[in-house]
Write a protein that binds this ligand. Structure first.
Ligand SMILES: Nc1nc2c(ncn2[C@@H]2O[C@H](COP(=O)(O)OP(=O)(O)OP(=O)(O)O)[C@@H](O)[C@H]2O)c(=O)[nH]1
Ligand SMILES: [Zn+2]
Length: 293
């Protein structure tokens, strides 16, 4: 038995697969009831034999993505450096989801990339115009067609550990399959290896795109909540609102009906979009509800 470093490449309930530096893999379990490990975690393990290992602890994480709602929060991916928000002209995408993903990325200190897929469709021009707003906030937008060529995206994934997020129908699976041709087959192998007959739906898998680039795929990443952000933090995570912080008359301003609110004033003057203030207020309300549980 020896102590060594490894990376969690699959998490599936309490069962994990870890990859050692030599590229070999082991099924791994944790000590006791400890389950707060995530796909992408760099961990210390004790190798038991050619098939099995025990996870002893994790290295400090560069970032951590949660899936959270009012009631609970679950780790899904660690050490992610980039969130790719996949949108498409058809079906139409929601600014709400883009806004939430961008805030989550800011909160976790992960770079976001907005990827406009299906740019082969005629409706792509209108979608591009809608996305110009996010570009004006400083977020990169990449237009491509998963059916024609994923190379532009592959180039943007280089040197990163990325995750794809997006509404259903935007083309995440098509993109993933184009980037990792045998992804489905590998997921089946993993399910067989880890699933002892039970149905465990939450799993995340890390794929190597090349020596320096990884892609984490997780069904739980299609939408992730923001319950780990505080209501007060929110405007700081929105680049168009950030500049007004500290300018309201009251230091604990909630940016609603308060007199002397810099955000309300900017809204009245047309300097901020109404849907962005509406998103701020909706998230504030959701977070207050979650925190009172
Ligand atoms: N025209 C066009 N169609 C595409 C493109 N990429 C994906 N599609 C189509 O869009 C539909 C949805 O693609 P999926 O990859 O299943 O979308 P998804 O985001 O994984 O959706 P869920 O599985 O529901 O989460 C399919 O019919 C694809 O063939 C593209 O670049 N151009
Ligand atoms: Zn205010």
């Amino acid at each position: 038995m020896s102590d060594t470093l490894a990376r969690i490449v699959t998490s599936h309930g309490k069962a994990y697969i870890v990859e050692l530096n030599d590229g070999s893999r082991r099924q791994a379990s944790t000590r006791g009831k400890k389950t707060d490990y995530a796909c992408g975690d760099r961990v210390h393990i004790k190798v038991l034999n050619a098939e099995q290992a025990v996870i002893e602890g994790t290295e400090t994480r560069g970032s951590l993505l949660y899936r959270s709602d009012q009631w609970r929060s679950k780790l899904i991916a660690a050490n992610v450096t980039q969130i790719v928000i996949v949108v498409a002209p058809v079906p139409s995408f929601f600014d709400e989801l883009i806004g939430r993903c961008l805030i989550a990325a800011e909160a976790a200190d992960i770079s976001p990339l907005i990827c406009l897929n299906k740019s082969d469709l005629p409706q792509a021009a209108v979608a591009r115009e809608r996305l110009a707003f996010y570009e004006s906030l400083g977020y990169p937008v990449l237009a491509l067609s998963a059916l024609e060529d994923v190379q532009p995206l592959r180039a943007r994934l280089h040197g990163q550990t990325s995750v794809l997020v997006g509404q259903s129908g935007m083309g995440k699976s098509t993109l993933t399959n184009a980037l990792i041709p045998d992804a489905n087959a590998r997921i089946n192998d993993i399910s067989v290896a880890l699933d002892s007959g039970k149905h465990t739906t939450t799993h995340a898998t890390l794929y190597h795109l090349d020596e320096k680039s990884d892609l984490i795929d997780s069904p739980g990443l299609q939408s992730f909540g923001l319950a780990h952000v505080t209501a007060e933090q929110l405007p700081r995570l929105m680049p168009d609102l950030r500049g007004y912080l500290g300018q309201c008359r009251f230091h604990n301003c909630r940016h609603r009906q308060e007199p002397g609110c810099a955000i309300s004033q900017a809204l009245a003057e047309g300097a901020i979009r109404p849907d962005r203030v509406a998103l701020l207020q909706r998230l504030q309300d959701e977070l207050s509800a979650a925190q009172s549980y």
